[in-house]
Write a protein that binds this ligand. Structure first.
Ligand code: HEM
Length: 400
């Protein structure tokens, strides 16, 4: 593509999004990236960064200009020295991606998801029953993690030790960012579980009746290239556990901080999904996903070079005042589903979004039935993971 002569290059921004302080409180980074210019260049990482809603949406969707084949992480998986292994769904462009996606969408049909509803609800009710009356709880470790770590691996039909999930999740979401100390430490921490990692996704390990078994059957029927079913199962596990734990945690925090929104839900529990979407808009679990420029181009009125990584700062885009009025107000009547980019956009938009919403809905429904309100009982604390915004501690008082 020819690029109009005279266009300016993106201005340089000398800010590091991946310091522990900025990861725990990303507002300054989000604002700097979004408000300095339509596209900026992060000097420390020699890459472009976008934080405006319309441009993030376009970059995530337009694979002809912004390819996923270089990987959704900061390292280019096509080049020597990459520190991530590719995903056979997330890191492929159409038309190859469309065939894989169609097969997975067939496996993950609405009928299958409806069948899971009863199991998810039974587990949510059981867990809520045991916790009510406890007064103050540590909501992440006592409530959210046990729920997701039971229902999702069971639905997938994967038997991985529960203690491995947070370690491997942390490693995955660190690896999407730079190869910094956080990434290195998390690879070391996950080390003991990595030895058996591939085995958890092997055909023999799939539990009968689970989604994983259906993914292998789809491969047998020619839906994927031979030998890739195990990696597909791994992609689901990578993408579907930590994100949902994070999203439900953010929802509980927002509801504790906004009793008026909790009251709206008590009056109309059918708003539970909206409460989840609005929470992941404000605190997007997946803060950053990358693409790579296919060639030199004009974008946002600036001249971009080809073959450069582009960080799509989802968290910044979801707080863009150009798109959302009063962006830092938690308003479950905003109807942000389908508008925010917390679940991506375009051909790669999250394939598990209805599962995440179902989990959040039944989880919250079980609490709404039993509690008159939830209150913060101390300061929440955030994890320090390169690209995942998730609570580490959420002390909540459960008021019956
Ligand atoms: C709050 C929960 C979730 C969040 C915030 C989230 C976020 C995202 C985002 C931002 C993308 C787009 C990636 C890109 O454009 O490159 C994505 C894709 C994906 N998600 Fe989710 N996700 C969530 C839950 C889930 C669940 C529960 C599953 C599994 C059932 C899942 C499986 C996937 C897969 C396989 C992809 C790749 C789709 C493709 O490339 O076509 N996600 N997710």
């Amino acid at each position: 593509m020819t690029v109009e002569a005279g266009l300016a290059s993106p201005p340089e921004v000398d800010i590091d999004p991946f310091t522990p302080e900025n990861l725990r409180d990303p507002e300054a980074v989000q604002t700097a990236i979004r408000e300095t210019a339509p596209v900026v260049r992060l000097t420390k990482y020699d890459m472009y960064a976008i934080g405006r809603h319309d441009l993030v949406q376009t970059a995530l969707s337009d694979y002809t200009r912004f390819t996923s084949t270089g990987g959704i992480g900061m390292s280019d998986i096509r080049k020597p020295g990459a520190w991530r292994t590719p995903s056979p769904i997330a890191e492929v462009d159409p038309p190859g991606h469309s065939a894989v996606r169609r097969t997975l969408q067939r496996v993950l049909s609405p009928v299958i998801i409806r069948q899971w509803r009863d199991d998810f609800m039974a587990e949510a009710e059981k867990q809520a029953e045991t916790i009510i009356g406890s007064g103050t709880v540590e909501a992440v470790s006592d409530l959210v993690e046990p729920f997701i770590l039971k229902v999702f691996p069971d639905a997938l039909g994967v038997d991985m030790p529960r203690e491995a999930f947070p370690l491997i999740g942390e490693m995955n979401f660190n690896q999407i960012g730079p190869n910094n100390d956080l990434t290195k430490a998390s690879i070391e921490a996950a080390g003991p579980h990595l030895k058996n990692y591939e085995q958890y996704f092997s055909r023999e390990s799939m539990i009968a009746g689970g989604l994983g078994e259906k993914i292998y059957q789809a491969e047998d029927e020619g839906g994927f290239p031979t030998g890739t079913a195990g990696v597909q199962v791994r992609s689901f596990l990578r993408a579907g556990v930590d994100t949902t734990i994070a999203g439900i945690g953010h929802m509980l925090l927002r509801l504790a901080q906004n009793p008026d929104q909790w009251a709206k839900l008590k009056a109309d529990p059918s708003k539970a999904k909206a409460a989840f979407d609005e929470a992941i808009r404000m605190d997007s679990p997946s803060q950053l996903i990358h693409r790579t420029t296919v060639s030199d181009m004009e974008f946002g009125g600036l001249a971009l070079k080809g073959d450069v990584k582009v960080g799509c700062f989802i968290g910044a885009a979801n707080l863009d005042p150009r798109k959302f009025s009063n962006p830092t107000t938690y308003d479950i009547d905003r109807n942000s589903a389908g508008t925010h980019v917390a679940l991506g956009a375009g051909p790669h938009i999250c394939i598990g979004q209805n599962i995440a919403r179902l989990e959040a809905e039944v989880f919250l429904g079980a609490l709404l039935k039993r509690l008159s309100r939830i209150e913060l009982d101390g300061d929440p604390e955030y994890k320090t993971i390169n690209t995942l915004r998730s609570l580490d501690r959420l002390p909540l008082r459960l008021v019956s």
